[in-house]
Design a binder for this molecule. Structure first.
Ligand SMILES: [Zn+2]
Length: 302
């Protein structure tokens, strides 16, 4: 008798949208601010409410300018007893400077990060809610352990007016990759989400993702195509992006891909990237659906 296929939950894009809005309502979540603290508390509480075992990783990291920052990575683990695990991640901090603003007088203002940060976290919170709803019936749960990691201090990289320093970005994931939340932590593979909410988003096969985890990239892009999301997931080689996945690959040795809205032909990231206009006006729930439903299908068929 063939094994009964596990039902794939319906990803609710309105719920994901509300999770993005909720983060934005705190204000820019710049490390060291009250908005950052409150939003971190909210994220940890939600993961716990949706049945994850929550582990918070706090440490002091040094920024490119020598400033010390209190970093807080927030991890939600489902079925922590399983050794076969997958990792899903997004960064939850906001950039302190809008250094891509056309007007110099606005470049010192923080980025709201509706797309750059909150969108990925919003999709993962909705996935946490879906997994949580299955906890009462283990036959409906993914067959693997799922770890959701909200990385902090991704976006504190040297601004355009400072000398570029290698590895000034992704301080939270660099810390985690060197000091995983559990000794000897392993995951079979990982998926990072970054800027997954813009209306005209285009996800291409990011260079490092294809280099370190080509089979995962192929699986995700094929799945998206099969679900009818080929307009968002373009099955062609895109550019190389330094993002949290790079350190998960290089330092932790876990094959990890990045689903990121980056298109060199179009001039790079979405038009409002690192400006004051990365706000809720940029967020389109259809894009959240395309990413969230694809990810849900991948996780629940693993
Ligand atoms: Zn950014």
């Amino acid at each position: 008798m063939p094994a009964k296929e596990k039902p794939i939950p319906e990803f609710n894009e309105d719920s994901a949208y509300a999770f993005v809005q909720r983060q934005v309502d705190f204000g820019p979540r710049v490390p060291g601010t009250a908005a950052h603290r409150s939003c971190g508390d909210f994220l940890a509480a939600r993961l716990e409410q949706y049945g994850a075992k929550v582990i918070e990783q706090e440490a002091t990291v040094r920024a490119f300018d020598g400033k010390t920052l209190e970093m807080r990575n927030i991890i939600g683990a489902y079925r922590p007893e399983l050794t076969r695990r997958i990792l899903l991640a997004a960064h939850w901090d906001c950039r302190p400077w809008s250094d891509q603003e056309p007007l110099p007088e606005h470049r010192q203002e923080p980025v709201m990060g509706a797309n750059d940060g909150a969108s990925g976290v919003g999709v993962l919170l909705e996935i946490a809610r879906q997994i949580g709803a299955c906890l009462t019936d283990s036959s409906r749960l993914p067959a693997v352990g799922v770890d959701i990691i909200f990385f902090d201090v991704e976006d504190y990289g040297a601004p355009s007016w400072a000398a570029d320093r290698e590895d000034s970005w992704c301080l939270g994931s660099q810390y985690w990759a060197r000091h995983p939340h559990q000794t000897g932590y392993r995951a079979q593979w990982g998926i990072l989400l970054d800027m997954v909410g813009a209306g005209n988003a285009c996800f291409m096969r990011e260079y490092f993702s294809d280099h370190y985890a080509q089979s995962v990239v192929s699986r995700v892009w094929n799945c998206a195509e099969a679900l009818g999301y080929g307009a968002w997931f373009v099955n062609a080689r895109g550019g190389a992006v330094t993002d949290d996945h790079l350190y998960v690959n290089r330092l932790a040795g876990i094959p990890c891909i990045d689903i990121i809205d980056f298109d060199e032909q179009r001039g790079g990231f979405f038009a409002q990237w690192h400006t004051r206009r990365d706000d809720m006006d940029q967020i389109d729930s259809r894009t959240l659906k395309a990413v969230g439903q694809t990810l849900t299908a991948i996780i629940f068929s693993e």
